[in-house]
Design a protein around this ligand. Structure first.
Ligand SMILES: *Cc1c(COP(=O)(O)O)cnc(C)c1O
Length: 353
């Protein structure tokens, strides 16, 4: 009996994985090292009691969007919410990409931008960042005029390199682009400047955000976008009915009330980041500046792969980006953890080198 094949163009693609190894210190997926606030857990537990689980949720996620709009000083009709910012990216590709359309990416960057573009049959135009990983605005001008991408993906701070897009470059790129400019700010809270300040109903810019990193709620799968109202309406057209469940809507709305606590955690992680950065600077590694909650580094004297394995043997998991396309070979990426986790990482690394 013959069995139906899936789409031929999927044969070459693996799903996206970040290998997990069962070790004590996990610094590989840029999660928050701290659990969410206790108060939020309590608020959530009592709010869940009142949910009518036999009914469909509020399709427009009204209260959650209002809370996010207040947080970012925009209107609720400029907020789109989904199951993780990855689903926001997928909705963007469904609405603005697709067959016959193009998305531009500047590598090395977040692998999901091109992955989701491919899955939605959007043609991917790949260009490079400079050697210092900054985005070359002149190159963006060339790519834009030559390929006319419908979507330009930028990531700021960029994963895996940690550098943020300067405000001036963002403004210049917006002046060039005929299509939609997407700034993925999964790590935006760790940086000094946010492209949310440029969002306007007449500017084709959207900014994506997530509860997975700063909000310490990766398990929740909640992300959102801030952008022009007409982009939000286009995204609503491709979203499945009731795509955001009642639990998530409540959890996100209640989380926003803990904005101050979230900011304190960001402050703590940023100061640990500086400590980790200077400690790495004292070792035999190259380390890049970062405005995110992770650092990219490259051992000088040993192969990245070997160092990665040696760290795992010592109970510390970092992200193995040693052969990540577009990165110098042998780089590794470490998430900023608690002070204890960072110490464990530093001593394992010292032993290894
Ligand atoms: C972690 C990360 C995300 C998060 O995606 P979610 O689906 O919200 O968990 C998005 N973009 C980048 C660049 C990331 O590193």
């Amino acid at each position: 009996m013959s069995f139906p094949d899936c789409r031929a163009d999927l044969a070459l693609r693996d799903g996206y994985h970040s290998p997990q190894v069962d070790v004590a210190v996990r610094l590989n997926t840029n999660e928050s090292p701290y659990p969410p606030p206790e108060g939020w857990r309590r608020d959530l537990a009592s709010a869940i009691d009142a949910v009518e689980f036999n009914r469909y949720p509020d399709r427009a996620a009204t209260e959650l969007r209002e809370a996010l709009a207040l947080l970012h000083r925009v209107r609720p009709d400029q907020v789109f919410v989904a199951n993780g910012s990855n689903e926001v990216l997928q909705s963007l590709c469904l609405a603005y990409g697709g067959p016959g359309r193009k998305a531009a990416v500047y590598e090395p960057t977040y692998a999901l931008h091109s992955h989701i573009a491919h899955l939605t049959s959007t043609e991917v135009v790949q260009a490079s960042r400079r050697d210092d990983f900054s985005v070359d605005v002149d190159l963006v001008a060339d790519v834009t005029s030559f390929s006319k991408p419908d979507i330009t993906f930028l990531c700021s701070p960029n994963n895996p390199t940690g550098d943020a897009l300067p405000a001036a470059a963002a403004a210049e790129i917006l002046g060039l682009s005929p299509g939609l400019v997407v700034v993925d700010e999964a790590y935006g809270d760790f940086a000094d400047w946010s492209a949310v300040s440029l969002v306007d109903d007449e500017i084709p810019l959207v900014v994506t955000r997530t509860f997975s990193k700063t909000w310490a709620m990766a398990a929740l799968r909640l992300g959102y976008l801030i952008g022009p109202a007409r982009v939000v309406s286009a995204l609503e057209r491709v979203a499945l009915p009731y795509h955001l469940d009642a639990f998530k809507q409540i959890a996100g709305r209640l989380a926003v009330a803990y904005d101050d606590e979230m900011r304190q955690r960001v402050g703590a992680i940023v100061s640990e980041r500086s400590r980790l950065q200077s400690a790495l600077g004292d070792l035999d590694v190259e380390v890049w500046p970062s405005e995110a909650n992770f650092l990219l580094f490259r051992p000088e004297s040993r192969k990245g792969d070997e160092v990665w394995h040696a760290l795992v043997d010592r109970g510390v998991l970092v992200r193995n980006t040693a052969s990540w396309p577009g990165l110098p070979s042998g780089c590794l990426r470490v998430t900023v953890g608690t002070p204890q986790e960072n110490d464990a990482f530093l001593s394992a690394l010292k032993e290894t080198l």
